[in-house]
Design a binder for this molecule. Structure first.
Ligand code: ATP
Ligand code: RIB
Length: 313
């Protein structure tokens, strides 16, 4: 399978609020929706909607949410043969989104927390060295499973892209050399490096710190400030597209799904990051996690209207 996502599926319970509440405070919300999410499943839907053959490997609970989560992936043409149902609850995320599109998220892992190294055997990694798979992972499943999958992927020449979200401050040293592309946002880059990452300059510094630990390419996602890329041969900034943000939940997932598809199609790293930025920009213009992932035609129309038609090749 060209694109494989090993990660989480959550049902998102989303409240629209005038502003994010403080500790101990109760506020009135202005709207509510229940929508499929989870960083893993979001990235799978993003990739599949862009036209890449994509499979999800993970776990849901034996509740009605699990059925809905699997259905949502299937509706986007993601292969779900390796999404198992465990006894117990599915993962859920309690999300508040304010009027500026900022959010706060609590994730209760449920079945995602039961993913372990035995699941790694179920990854449908390509056997042909000429067509290696791309494996996308995040940190909403246990780290030991992520590391075991990265080891397995490396032994099969697959490319490993890890979104280290939610943030963790300590990762084992051997983790970094198992990852080809690490894509922290500014909070995650700060936690991993101990630097305060808030600008293009500080993101470049953090990216170099992470590269020195063994990951060859680091992309620091900076929300509306775009993304900073550091690889063996170059360091550059890709500005975000100027759009009106309605809901930034899963912008990072849209970015990673778009990045994987672009690399699979043979785009250069710079082109792939520009393409991923367009996918993410389109996602912030819509509400919901999986529901906000654009179709390929939408990305192409967007790029043409933003004078970036050269990325369509
Ligand atoms: P999330 O955790 O919500 O999935 P993230 O924190 O991992 O997202 P961000 O840095 O917020 O990721 O965003 C990822 C990418 O999405 C950015 O690098 C940028 O290209 C795009 N993006 C995010 N916010 C905006 C915005 N307001 N306008 C345009 N593009 C945006
Ligand atoms: O990245 C966005 C996702 O984070 C949401 O869909 C929610 O499920 C949380 O996992």
């Amino acid at each position: 399978m060209p694109i494989i996502v090993f990660g989480s599926l959550n049902m998102d319970l989303v409240a629209q609020v005038p502003r994010l509440p403080q500790a101990g405070e109760t506020i009135l919300g202005t709207g509510f929706m229940t929508v499929p999410g989870g960083k893993g499943a979001n990235q799978a839907v993003a990739a599949a909607r862009l036209g890449a053959p994509t499979a999800m490997v993970g776990r849901v609970g034996d509740d009605s949410l699990g059925t809905l989560l699997r259905d949502s992936l299937q509706a986007a043409s993601v292969a779900t043969d390796e999404v198992l149902a465990d006894l117990g609850p599915s993962g859920v995320a309690l999300i508040s989104v304010d009027e500026l599109g900022e959010n706060q998220i609590v994730v209760v892992p449920g079945a995602n927390g039961k993913v372990d190294r035995t699941d790694v055997k179920r990854l449908p990694l390509n056997n042909a060295p000429s067509e290696p798979s791309i494996l996308l992972m995040q940190f909403e499943i246990p780290l030991e499973a992520v590391i075991a999958a990265a080891e397995q992927a490396h032994s099969r020449d697959a490319r490993v892209i890890v979104d280290p979200a939610p943030a963790q401050s300590q990762l084992p040293p051997e983790f970094y050399r198992l990852v080809d592309i690490l894509t922290p946002n500014q909070t995650e880059a700060s936690q991993l490096t101990g630097l305060k990452v808030s600008s293009v300059t500080t993101a470049m510094e953090a990216a170099q710190v992470l590269r020195q630990r063994g990951t060859s390419t680091v992309i620091v996602k900076l929300g509306s400030q775009g993304a900073v890329v550091a690889s063996n041969s170059e360091v550059f900034h890709v500005p975000a597209f100027q759009v009106e943000a309605v809901d930034t939940v899963a912008a990072g997932d849209a970015f990673n799904g778009g990045l994987a598809v672009a690399l699979w199609e043979g785009k250069s790293l710079r082109q792939a990051v520009e393409w991923a930025s367009a996918v993410a920009a389109l996602s912030v213009m819509k509400s919901g996690a999986q529901a906000s992932m654009p179709l390929r035609e939408e990305v192409e129309t967007f790029l043409l209207s933003h004078h970036s038609g050269s990325l369509l090749a």
